[in-house]
Design a protein. Structure first.
Length: 758
């Protein structure tokens, strides 16, 4: 016990730090709160049904509906109220909707009919024209679009929407509906309601005609994500319901009226719910639920309800609003349905960030809440979760603090995995089956911190070996390889040895011209932003950086850590380097930097690897004939218009993994024997058929070329140029055919081309 005293003390300190956070009295740790939000999102995405709720339909003011009338839309928003009145008529009379809710605000009078202009003429220039006055009196009911809209929603189950503003000097427009709970309802209770100081509501005649109205304010968390909606929003001491609750109340009232066979619809009251004194002390002031008829809605300490998202966007059927207005919708899609009128058009600014999608229509949030209220699937987070969290942290933390030091590293990992699995599994089960949200992130993070510290403390000696390996190889190889090497540091040294490896050279084409056009500082920035991502690519494929040579990179695979698939890894890295460079071009363009293009040469063979140099300076590098050939291959990439050229051995080792095009047989500078060179086109199975057919045609052309059948070869190459007129390779062979036709290479020609330059 004595030798583990320091570990136990530290473990207990960690446990009490997490308990202090959970107690929520002295401090909060923002990281844990952020992780808790992410854990909630993960559980929600894991357990949501991801099915379509057929009961609710969203009539969508979408992009197509905003097109001009002649294109099948209704024009720019806002639409005239006579068109909205027609929508309401169609929804109830033509399509048989059960209830309609508007996730839009009608705050300003509609003057699009020109009625105000006609009234002004009647009062002024045409006040003595009896015919005009008579015609105006007959037309006025038809041209008063607001009154027309109000008449259409009167005596129908239509619920309007409005919004609150929390800013202290927020503007006020329109008229609020009657509150669901009057001022003084929660007198003496310290409940942190969502408090508003302004609002944007509907015209008085519309509010008076509607069956109800509710706000559509989500409660946005600190990370900008909408997970909750205030079930009661406070304004000047009175309390107002959200759109979803207002629609549910109307639905319940309709249901009750139908059962009683009454034409009068009475909306059920909203009754605050508190825990009984048998469980909670009399000093507890928390509001835990709202009772609305048979529906109980769980709320948290801020009287917000967690939105029970069913899935991604599209969990409810969408119908274009223009189709509904114009009578084009399918009646079967709307008959007896709960209808929400809202928008997904980006220009109308009703898109939210939610746990299920970063861009999500606000109208679908209300749909999820309505479905959750009717199904009683809203998650609850009552105050006793605070006590449960503290107890779980205490039990789990203390047990792990005393147990881990007694176990071997493998058993520590197994024990931690079991505890984590039990913690996460039970939490997710309670979340899904019991609709209960218990904190998860704090417990998981505490377990991981205790395990990490225990392992770090126990492996201090091994860490020393890792530092030694890092000191030797850290500047050459990626961290993950250092970690692997640190497991057996005695197996690695910098002493020179001979190995079969693959080496890579890359170089920027036209670098001299690029460097002359940039200031030194800009050139330095360009090189940093160019070399860093390419180095990360090499590291991601377990490569070792040998050196940077100005704009060039030299890397190799197979040392210091042996890699049986060194050739395959090197080609994958070369292909991804070009993909990464393509991704960087827009950024370079935005900074007025020139386009960067590189050539890459790869070769495989035996080479010497180790610390080499002088007594003054050593470097871990590779040398040998195979290395020199790789450098030459990089140098001739521009001759063939090839992004990557590999040698014969590299191609032989990876023939089953990649599709290659044989470019040529060449004698590079300093070599007497010809070598075949290849260009990797892509991974086997990922190259399209058109490209494969083109490769076959090129291979036939090369055979004809080497057989000195110049006319047939030229014809084949010219046909290829028609498909790829930009191909430098095809043009190169066409030019060579012309030269060899005029100056024959002789019967003993081996088909190889000799380069006189590097």
């Amino acid at each position: 016990m004595k030798k583990n005293a320091a570990r136990i003390v530290f473990g207990l300190v960690v446990v009490f730090v997490f308990i202090g956070h959970a107690a929520d009295k002295w401090y909060r740790i923002p990281l844990i709160d952020r992780l808790e939000a992410l854990a909630y999102d993960a559980r929600l995405n894991l357990t949501m049904p991801a099915t379509v709720d057929e009961r609710i339909v969203i009539v969508d003011i979408d992009e197509n509906s905003l097109r001009p009338r002649e294109e099948g839309g209704e024009g720019r928003w806002p639409w005239p109220r006579n068109r909205m009145a027609l929508m309401v008529d169609h929804l109830f009379e033509r399509y048989g909707a059960a209830i309609v809710g508007f996730d839009v605000v009608f705050a300003e009078p509609d003057e699009s009919s020109g009625l105000n202009v006609l009234r002004e003429l009647a009062r002024d220039r045409l006040k003595d024209d009896e015919r005009f006055q008579s015609a105006l009196s007959q037309l006025e009911p038809q041209l008063s679009y607001d009154r027309l809209f109000a008449d259409r929603i009167r005596q129908r189950p239509v619920v309007l929407g409005y919004y609150f503003s929390p800013e202290l000097r927020a503007a006020i427009s329109g008229v609020l509906p009657a509150p669901v709970l009057p001022p003084g309802t929660f007198a003496g209770k310290n409940i942190p309601f969502y408090t508003a100081h302004g609002y944007g509501a509907n015209l008085p005649e519309l509010v008076k005609a509607a069956a109800g109205a509710g706000h559509f304010n989500p409660s946005t968390d600190s990370d900008g994500v909408s997970r909750r909606v205030p079930m009661l929003a406070e304004y000047k001491g009175a309390y107002y319901e959200p759109l979803s609750l207002a629609m549910v109340r109307v639905l319940l009232g309709l249901s009750q009226a139908a059962k009683a066979k009454s034409t009068t619809v009475a909306l059920p009251q909203v009754v605050p719910g508190y825990p009984s004194d048998a469980i909670w002390s009399r000093g507890y002031q928390g509001l835990e639920w709202l009772q609305v008829g048979p529906v109980r809605i769980p709320v948290d300490d801020k009287v917000t309800a967690l939105v029970p998202y069913r899935g991604k966007q599209g969990s409810f059927k969408y119908l274009p609003a223009a189709d509904v207005i114009q009578g084009k919708a399918n009646p079967d899609d709307l008959k007896g349905k709960i209808v929400l009128v809202g928008t997904t058009a980006p220009g109308l600014f009703d898109l939210r960030s939610t746990p299920v999608a970063s861009v999500y229509p606000g109208v679908e949030i209300h749909a999820n809440l309505i479905a959750g209220m009717l199904d009683q699937t809203i998650k609850q987070k009552p105050p006793y979760v605070l006590g449960a969290e503290i107890v779980l942290l205490m039990l789990t933390g203390v047990a792990m603090t005393f147990l881990l030091p007694l176990l071997t590293p493998v058993k520590q990992a197994l024990a931690t995995a079991v505890v984590l699995l039990a913690t996460v599994g039970s939490n997710v089960w309670v979340f899904h089956e019991g609709n209960l949200v218990l904190p998860l992130a704090s417990g998981v993070l505490m377990i991981l911190v205790l395990f990490t510290f225990s392992m770090a403390y126990g492996f201090f000696v091994e860490a020393r070996g890792k530092r030694q390996i890092t000191g030797l190889f850290g500047q050459y190889v990626p961290p993950e390889l250092v970690d692997e090497m640190a497991k057996n540091p005695e197996h690695f040294s910098m002493a020179p040895e001979s190995r079969e490896m693959t080496v890579l050279f890359s170089d920027v084409r036209g670098f001299t011209t690029i460097s002359e056009g940039l200031e030194p500082k800009e050139l330095s920035n360009l090189m940093n932003e160019f070399l860093t991502p390419l180095t990360e690519v090499i590291y991601s494929h377990r490569g070792t950086i040998d050196k940077y040579m100005g704009d060039a990179i030299m890397a190799f695979w197979g040392a210091p850590l042996a890699a049986p698939d060194h050739a395959r890894q090197a080609i994958h890295a070369a292909l991804q380097m070009h993909r990464k460079l393509a991704e960087l071009q827009p950024h370079f363009h935005s900074r007025n930097w020139p386009e960067i293009r590189i050539g890459v040469g790869l070769n495989t063979g035996r080479m010497s690897v180790g610390n080499m140099g002088s007594r003054i300076r050593l470097a871990y590098t590779v040398m040998g004939d195979a290395v020199n050939l790789a450098s030459r291959l990089e140098g001739i990439t521009k001759e063939y218009g090839a992004a990557i050229i590999v040698g014969e051995t590299t191609r032989e080792l990876t023939a089953h993994d990649f599709v290659f095009r044989e470019l040529d047989r060449v004698r590079v500078k300093g070599k007497l024997e010809p070598v075949a060179i290849y260009e990797p086109i892509g991974v086997v199975g990922e190259v399209d058929k058109r490209k494969l057919d083109e490769l076959k045609l090129f291979n036939q052309a090369v055979k004809l070329y080497r057989a000195q059948e110049w006319d047939m070869a030229e014809l084949q190459l010219l046909n290829l140029l028609k498909f790829s007129p930009e191909s430098k390779l095809y043009q190169l062979y066409v030019d060579r055919v012309g030269i060899y036709r005029a100056h024959s290479p002789g019967r003993d020609w081996d088909g190889a081309f000799t380069f006189e330059h590097k």
